[in-house]
Design a binder for this molecule. Structure first.
Ligand code: CU
Length: 292
């Protein structure tokens, strides 16, 4: 299954709050930045880090999925302008929702206030499910950055409009870690993704013509499947185990033939089909959602 990344057009951002612990020095494997997402804010100990290869550790302690994406303000731009733009955007959104202005006025006013410079995408740890932690090591260029979460809440409002904006200063530095070695090579093209290397990421490719190696596929963690479906525009998404844990029983085929035993196997599936700690044990998972 191809994983899509939500596009983001105008971006800006802001409010401080965030931060990231800055640590200079030897590569001891520890992250230089630690950021926690809550519903709906970023929390961190400091708001600066040195340039170079740096590892960001991103914890999600909220109840919703969150993203941490970094954007660098170019030389011809300032944080002040970005913040002003977001202030305008907040007001316009509120006016639009209250019916004070129509969408044509919204677009026109937004255009008038959009900064002349474009924010540069600077990477980040991406999406993380509730209760989970992720790491990303990337090369940070000096400059003021903004970080945002663009995941939408249950009524469709991107989290950045509910407070998930932050500021990060990347200070010039000649030090930094060595670039990490990759475990996997992924090539992206428009609407296409190919993977080479081992399968640690859950990606499985069959580069041969031999069907015994199965088809190209992605082994989702249950949380990942949910995020993917939500990201595609569905809400009230729920997961159900198909086979559940019943298929593991000894002599499955023989038991399946006995009506009483079959009932029992199905009863176990039904009772555990939405148990989060067991869903991943099922060979197949059904994901049900409502088109938003
Ligand atoms: Cu979020």
């Amino acid at each position: 299954m191809i994983r899509r990344v939500a596009g983001l057009t105008a971006v800006g951002v802001v409010l401080a709050v965030s931060g990231l612990a800055a640590q200079e020095g030897a590569d001891d494997g520890r992250p230089e930045l630690e950021i926690t997402a809550l519903d709906y804010e970023f929390r961190a100990a400091a708001a600066e880090v040195s340039a170079g290869w740096r590892t960001v550790e991103f914890h999600n302690e909220g109840e919703e999925t969150h993203v941490l994406e970094l954007f660098r303000i170019p030389e011809d731009g300032t944080y002040r302008e970005v913040r002003r733009f977001y202030g305008v955007l907040d007001t316009l959104r509120a006016d639009l929702e209250a019916g004070v202005i129509d969408s044509a006025t919204y677009r026109k006013t937004l255009k008038e206030h959009t900064p002349s410079f474009e924010l540069e995408r600077a990477g980040g740890p991406g999406m993380v499910a509730p209760g989970r932690t992720t790491h990303a090591t990337s090369r940070l260029e000096p400059g003021t950055h903004v970080m945002i979460c663009y995941v939408r809440d249950s009524v469709g409002t991107p989290h950045l409009f509910r407070g998930m904006r932050g500021r990060l200063e990347v200070e010039p530095s000649s030090a930094g870690k060595e670039p990490p070695e990759s475990d996997l090579e992924v090539t992206l093209a428009e609407y296409e993704m190919t993977v080479e290397g081992d399968l640690e990421s859950g990606e499985h490719r069959n580069p041969t013509d031999n069907p015994a190696y199965f088809m190209d596929t992605f082994f989702h963690h249950p949380d990942e499947l949910k995020v993917e479906v939500e990201d595609a525009g569905f809400e009230s998404v729920e997961l159900f185990a198909i086979e559940g844990i019943s298929y593991m029983v000894d002599d499955f085929d023989a038991n399946w033939e006995v009506e009483e035993n079959r009932e029992f196997l199905l009863e176990i599936v039904e009772k555990t089909e939405q148990e989060p700690s067991l869903i991943g044990a099922s060979p197949h998972i059904l994901c049900v959602g409502v088109k938003a």
